[in-house]
Design a binder for this molecule. Structure first.
Ligand code: MN
Length: 149
């Protein structure tokens, strides 16, 4: 392990010394083709910075939680449900996901959707929607067409 403060970026959106991890344990929650890299994680920091990549046709888990996400898109295009609205996202857009707000990302087009996501180091576990909550979300046809569960 190098002690250099610099970890170099490579064109495949990988960084020196950073492992590409499973997004979540397979079967623990619904998602498709998402990878996770933890870029910054330090006892001296109260936050973590992760890089997620969602492949074409992929989607993240539909979830909510008390902790907030601060997101910056790094590559590709996508759409994101935040609460009861679906937003278009493109490279370098910033997105805030407030506390206890349903959210889900989807890739648009052939390129992966890659984004940085800052979170509290100490955070609550994501909640998945109940069948009743899914029914409420599906009352909006745009949301119904967007969400996967
Ligand atoms: Mn989340």
């Amino acid at each position: 392990m190098s002690d250099s403060p610099v970890r170099r970026f490579s064109p495949a959106f990988r960084w020196d010394g950073v492992d590409a991890l499973e997004y979540k344990t397979e079967g623990s929650a619904p998602f498709r083709d998402v990878s996770r890299q933890v870029l910054f994680q330090d006892e001296e920091l109260a936050c973590q910075l992760r890089y997620f990549e969602v492949q074409a046709q992929g989607y993240s888990t539909l979830e909510r939680h008390q902790h907030v996400h601060a997101v910056m898109v790094m590559r590709g295009k996508g759409r994101c449900l935040v609460g009861d609205r679906v937003h278009d996202l493109k490279t370098h857009d910033l997105l805030t996901i407030p506390a206890m707000t349903w959210h889900q990302f989807r890739t648009e087009g052939p390129e992966p959707l890659g984004f940085l996501c800052m979170v509290n180091a100490q955070r609550d576990r994501p909640q998945l929607p109940t069948e009743q909550e899914l029914q409420a979300l599906r009352l909006d046809p745009t949301v119904a067409a967007f969400i996967a569960f």
